[in-house]
Ligand binder design. Structure first.
Ligand SMILES: *Cc1c(COP(=O)(O)O)cnc(C)c1O
Length: 393
């Protein structure tokens, strides 16, 4: 049975559906719709579609369903809905579950577009949003009320890699019956134990590690069958956030190598973080499994390994950070992450530019901060590139 398989077997086989041709590689059903043998069959399918019956690609498609089933098996979730991007998944999960008058509590350290949904969109529709320091359990206790509908957090935040004690937050939230929604990109589905730790809904931008080769946007919402099919699906199928069948195929192929890639990237990230920790040219090296990480004990409990991301706070502010970025030979300046290609980002002037200086400083996004996504290149080459660029600062 699929559910008894270990990770790598699920990543290669779970969810596979074969056509009458018995193809080895998953087929790309690049079709918007499906035909019915008779008018009665069309009527019956609109009334109730079976597990292998599809109506329209905005509702579901065989290639997309293969991807949904594969990632649900990996995460240990009952069901999943794949979306056009990570943000379509965040928006779909939140908009489908919330209504005017609801109260949402969220950690402050969030991806910029998630902040926009919470601060600018949900509030416009009468949802009350309270932000807290996600690492402060007393702050969660203080903000969560008897009428709180949901909490939203990034399990490991972008770009400062704060690690939230999901188990503790879930316990507080469940005490009042609030749903726990986790944006789990930085933890990756390989190291995630979010559902076991109390998350009700887990969201990934599959653009990141799951594609992992910088080709496609994608996202996914995972949760109970009831939540996915009765809450998320009706919203997403009518508002048009579906994943394209071609992108689902790219994600299926990405999943086959996901475990190998994430572990290899983590090996390199761990080696780099360890080598650079304590370097006099750096104010901070942030990596969840370094003993110097502020939530080190929580990080050890939350994720089996430190992940593929680290952040470096370069002494000398923005000018020094820019000299560092411009001196790199292998790392490319971009804003994706989880990619085979190693990538560096200067959050203060790019991904978090929209936030004011005060908000950036409150989040620890200093002018010298550089986010590093460690790819699949040779680890020694990557470390030499980073130390060479530091020497150029
Ligand atoms: C990238 C990212 C998103 C958004 O995903 P897209 O696929 O770019 O829409 C949301 N949350 C986190 C933590 C991310 O890293």
């Amino acid at each position: 049975m699929t559910k008894d398989w270990n990770t790598r077997t699920k990543l290669v086989h779970a969810g596979t559906r074969r056509s009458q041709y018995g193809e080895v590689s998953e087929a790309i059903f690049l079709t918007q719709g499906f035909v019915y043998d008779t008018a009665e069959a069309a009527e019956a399918r609109f009334l109730k579609a079976g597990p292998d019956e599809f109506i329209y690609a905005r509702y579901g498609n065989p290639t997309v369903r293969m991807f949904e089933d594969r990632i649900a098996a990996l995460e240990g979730a009952e069901d999943a809905f794949a979306t056009a991007s990570g943000m379509a998944a965040v928006n779909g999960a939140l908009m489908s579950m919330l209504k005017a008058g609801d109260h949402l509590v969220a950690s402050r350290a969030l991806f910029g577009s998630c902040l926009y949904i919470l601060e600018d969109i949900l509030t416009r529709f009468g949802v009350e949003v309270t932000f807290v320091d996600g690492t402060d359990l007393d702050a969660w206790r203080g903000a969560i009320r008897a009428d709180t509908t949901a909490v939203f957090l990034e399990s490991i935040s972008n770009p400062t890699l704060e690690v939230i004690d999901l188990e503790a937050v879930a316990e507080i939230a469940h005490g009042v019956g609030a749903l726990v929604v986790v944006d789990n990109v930085f933890a990756t589905p390989i190291y995630s134990r979010a559902l076991q730790m109390g998350a009700d809904v887990v969201i990934y931008s599959t653009t990141k590690h799951i594609d992992g080769q910088g080709r496609c946007l994608g996202g996914v919402v995972l949760g109970s069958q009831q939540f996915i099919r009765k809450t998320v699906e009706p919203y997403l199928k009518h508002t048009g956030g579906a994943m394209s069948p071609f992108n689902a195929w790219v994600m299926l192929k990405g999943m086959e190598t996901l475990d190998i890639r994430v572990r290899a990237m983590t090996d390199s990230a761990t080696a780099i973080a360890t080598a650079l920790d304590g370097d006099a040219r750096l104010a901070r090296v942030i990596f969840p499994h370094l003993p110097s990480h502020p939530q080190h004990a929580v990080a050890r409990r939350m994720i089996a390994r430190g992940g593929t991301m680290l952040s470096l706070d370069i002494k000398g502010g923005q000018a020094a950070a820019f000299r560092f970025l411009n001196a790199l030979q292998i790392f490319t300046i971009s804003n994706n992450l989880g990619d085979a290609k190693s990538i560096v980002t200067h959050p203060a002037t790019t991904t978090h530019q929209r936030l004011g200086e005060d908000q950036r400083m409150a989040l620890g996004i200093t002018p010298g901060l550089v986010r590093v996504s460690v790819g699949l290149e040779d680890a020694d080459d990557l470390l030499a590139d980073l130390t060479g660029a530091l020497a150029a600062v």
